[in-house]
Design a protein around this ligand. Sequence first.
Ligand code: HEM
Length: 177
Amino acid sequence: MASPYQPSLLRLLHGLTSFGVLGAWVSGVLIYSAYDGRWGKLPIQPPGDWIEWHGYLGLVLLVPAIGLALYSFSLGRQRLGRASNALPLIALALALVSGLLMEGDWLEEGQLQATVYSLHLTGWLLLSVSVVAHVAGLVRRGGWPLAGSIVSLAVRPGDGPRAWPVQLWTYLRRSRR
Ligand code: HEM
């Protein structure tokens, strides 16, 4: 059986988004532990202005996340029909939009009841659960070869960066018919 292959444009956008999510998740957990901690705290707190890093990472993450969303609603539309693929994207949108509405000093001032902050926490919780469900769904469907295909660096002939505009153009032409 042929090993699963993911288009290179999807792998690039998906990889950048996943790295950004990981960084924002780790810095978010550190902030939660330092300023909130209602449901638990980390035993150690590494020094650093994690609120600033988290905000910065969130802004940088917006770029590949918008790219992945645009890809998913166009070239990746069929895969997005699966709930296990769509849920991480919806949760990420909630986490990012609510994050944009957050004020940095709310947590430092102890304003933990703000609705936007609750939405932001909900977004991150949903994202954590849905990424686990996403990976579990992939492993159930195609085993580790399918899950690992998103990090493979192999590029088939005709799927390099020069093919990306052609792929998009073909999609747009087909969808206009
Ligand atoms: C970090 C958060 C993640 C987000 C926001 C995310 C989001 C997505 C989305 C929206 C798609 C569908 C793309 C399309 O419509 O073409 C997708 C597909 C995929 N993702 Fe993720 N993902 C994440 C993490 C992961 C992880 C950790 C893995 C690997 C272990 C993974 C492996 C895959 C694979 C293999 C596909 C292709 C699925 C298919 O062919 O149906 N993802 N992801």
